[in-house]
Design a protein around this ligand. Structure first.
Ligand SMILES: [Zn+2]
Length: 99
């Protein structure tokens, strides 16, 4: 899945962007009433979402629930920065899945 950003209009200083898929179907319209940098950043983030999600899934190991033993077995997961980062990544993946 490859999504791309295209500029669709510029009116009174506001620049609107559209995220489209490889068939040029519209994924999202990003419209802002002020300077275009924010709208472009948002459109780029949306366009990168499938790639970001796939990469995050690839590098994120599955993990037992919080408060289980940490990955190195020395403490609980909630006291380990590495395990907390993995939990945050898993939470982001779940959010993307609507869970
Ligand atoms: Zn750990």
């Amino acid at each position: 899945m490859e999504w791309m950003v295209e500029q669709v209009s510029r009116v009174n200083g506001a620049v609107n962007y559209r995220v489209i898929d490889e068939d040029t179907a519209i994924v999202a319209d990003v419209k802002r009433d002020y300077e275009g940098e924010d709208a472009l950043a948002i459109a780029r983030l949306i366009a990168a979402a499938p790639t970001l999600l796939a990469a995050l899934k690839d590098i994120t190991p599955t993990m037992p629930p919080m408060n289980a033993t940490c990955h190195v077995g020395m403490t609980t997961q909630d006291k380990c920065a590495h395990c907390r980062r993995i939990a945050a990544a898993l939470a982001a993946i779940a959010k993307a899945a609507g869970l």
